[in-house]
Design a protein. Structure first.
Length: 136
């Protein structure tokens, strides 16, 4: 019986089609950046925050801290003081997603931020993992 099972299993694996592509249901949104005089503008800032399922104020606080500059959020876009490199801003959005959105255990974006006392946790809705992310 054991040989028959192994033979059937080998035949089933051989008959399976090869996986040619992998489709990820989540991609970090790409920031649309423009310069207006001496200011840098993320035009689709609100859309980015919505796709990441985070409050725009939290994302803005992270970016201003990392960029060491002042910023304003006017409802749809974010205005940063000074001229900043578009690729570095996009890299910071990716770093934010990795730290505050993607579950470190299962790698899915189905998470939420929970604050308990002074500590922040990343609670995954997919696998149930709870990870400390320090202060934000």
């Amino acid at each position: 019986m054991e040989k028959d099972y192994k033979a059937m299993l080998d035949r089933a694996y051989k008959d399976l089609p090869e996986q040619t592509s992998f489709v990820d249901r989540f991609a970090v949104p790409r920031a649309n950046i423009a310069l207006q005089g001496r200011k840098t503008v993320i035009i689709n800032f609100k859309e980015i925050a919505e796709q990441l399922r985070r409050e725009p104020d939290h994302l803005l606080k992270y970016l201003t801290g990392e960029m060491a500059t002042l910023a304003n959020f006017d409802g749809n876009r974010a205005l940063f003081q000074g001229k900043h490199n578009a690729e570095s801003i996009r890299g910071l959005v990716d770093a934010y997603a990795k730290k505050y959105v993607i579950c470190p255990v299962c790698g899915r974006p189905d998470t939420q931020l929970i604050k308990e006392k002074r500590l922040w946790f990343l609670q995954c809705e997919a696998c149930g993992a709870r990870s400390s992310i320090g202060t934000s």
